[in-house]
Design a protein around this ligand. Structure first.
Ligand SMILES: NC(=O)c1ccc[n+]([C@@H]2O[C@H](COP(=O)([O-])OP(=O)(O)OC[C@H]3O[C@@H](n4cnc5c(N)ncnc54)[C@H](O)[C@@H]3O)[C@@H](O)[C@H]2O)c1
Ligand SMILES: [Zn+2]
Length: 350
């Protein structure tokens, strides 16, 4: 097992290893005197792992209750969030009690936002079950729900007290969802770790789960420690996402997030090479890591359509967009560009 400590406004451990689910009760008991633990999970994950988690929590002296919602991004909305708050109230959870998110990023984001806001904040722990949640969403304290007007428009920064990544749970994760996490993993490799990128290139989908997830969490930890509230460096995590979000939205979400990010990453990499910002050999290596994992690097969408979507992105400030560009593997820069500059730049990478 690897333990990575995050030093944000709260200090907490991210533990990564096999068979951690059954130890959740003991792990949490060491951190909190909470009487009750409300588990939040979705309809796919509940039949697989909820019983085991509740048993472990009860064994450690927690009274448990479980809120199960229909799996999928469509549930990450105000309606489910409100139902969840009322569930916590009906079960009389107090400020010293605990919300445990068991699931992917949808579960973690929504449960985290409920924990941040119910009684102005109650105890919160994450047990991520998707690869994306393990390497990205469960660490760093961003919580959110979607509005009809856009994704993640309402949320809070709220750090958990513990993150338990049980890699054994990945065995049941559908391949498509696994690939989503892979898109983010390549992103981390490009941001700061040439070794990670060459491991992915060499091993493809059979990469060492514990080692690679731990490396990604360490990198996210470093970025969050430096800039918890996303005023600067944390924006680097948007690498591949500026165009990626547009590709995802333009496909009406039929292309998954990780695959869209992969396309975004590929386009910005080719653009950086063409503009002479990134050496050709680094660009080639980035693209070959994406391909080794079976991720897409091209889109059929045209640049005008993608830009019209991009213009409604909340990360835009005024008439410019900050774009994250690879300079070489292990180093990316943030560049503020006008819409027309960005379009010209990206078009070269399509
Ligand atoms: N907070 C952050 O910093 C942050 C970062 C990135 C993404 N996100 C958010 O994360 C969400 C995407 O996360 P996701 O891809 O995990 O989506 P998700 O939670 O919907 O999970 C994907 C699918 O996999 C299923 N699943 C999860 N774990 C499983 C397992 N072990 N076995 C079988 N099925 C399993 C889920 O039921 C779901 O159908 C988005 O809402 C995104 O906005 C948040
Ligand atoms: Zn992402």
């Amino acid at each position: 097992m690897n333990i990575i400590t995050v030093n944000a406004s709260k200090t907490y451990d991210v533990k990564i290893g096999e068979n951690l689910l059954d130890a959740a009760g003991t792990e949490l008991r060491a951190l909190t005197k909470a009487k009750k633990a409300a588990v939040v999970t979705d309809s796919n994950v509940a039949p697989l792992y909820l019983q085991r988690l509740e048993a472990s929590l009860r064994e450690a002296g927690f009274e448990t209750c479980a809120f199960v919602f229909p799996a999928g991004e469509a549930s990450k909305n105000a309606e489910t969030y409100l139902k969840l708050l009322r569930f916590l109230a009906e079960h009389h959870l107090t400020r010293s009690d605990l919300v445990v998110a068991l699931g992917g990023g949808v579960t973690g984001d929504m449960a985290g936002f409920a924990a941040a806001t119910y009684l102005r904040g109650i105890g919160f722990a994450q047990i991520p079950t998707s690869l994306l949640a393990m390497v990205d969403s469960s660490v760093g304290g961003k919580t959110a729900i979607d509005l009809p007007e856009g994704k993640n428009l309402v949320g809070a920064f709220y750090q958990p007290m513990l993150v338990l990544c049980d890699i054994s749970l990945l065995e049941s994760l559908p391949q498509e969802n696994f690939l989503d996490g892979c898109g983010e993993i390549v992103k981390y490799g490009v941001l700061g770790d040439e070794n990670l990128l060459s491991t992915l290139q060499k091993d493809g989908l059979s990469f060492d789960r514990e080692g690679v997830i731990s490396r990604c969490v360490e990198m996210k930890r470093d970025i969050v420690n430096a800039d918890e509230f996303e005023s600067g460096q944390r924006q680097l995590l948007n690498l591949g996402h500026t165009l990626g979000h547009a590709v995802e939205a333009k496909s009406n979400f039929t292309l998954s997030h990780g695959c869209a990010v992969s396309v975004g990453l590929a386009v910005v990499t080719r653009a950086a090479v063409k503009a002479g910002i990134c050496p050709q050999k680094d660009g080639t290596q980035i693209l070959s890591a994406l391909t080794a994992l079976g991720l897409p690097t091209k889109t059929e969408q045209d640049i005008d359509a993608l830009f019209s979507v991009m213009l409604s992105d909340k990360k835009r400030s005024g008439d410019s967009i900050t774009c994250v560009i690879p300079e070489k593997i292990g180093s990316c820069i943030r560049k503020k560009m006008s819409i027309s500059q960005l379009k010209e730049f990206m078009e070269a990478g399509m």
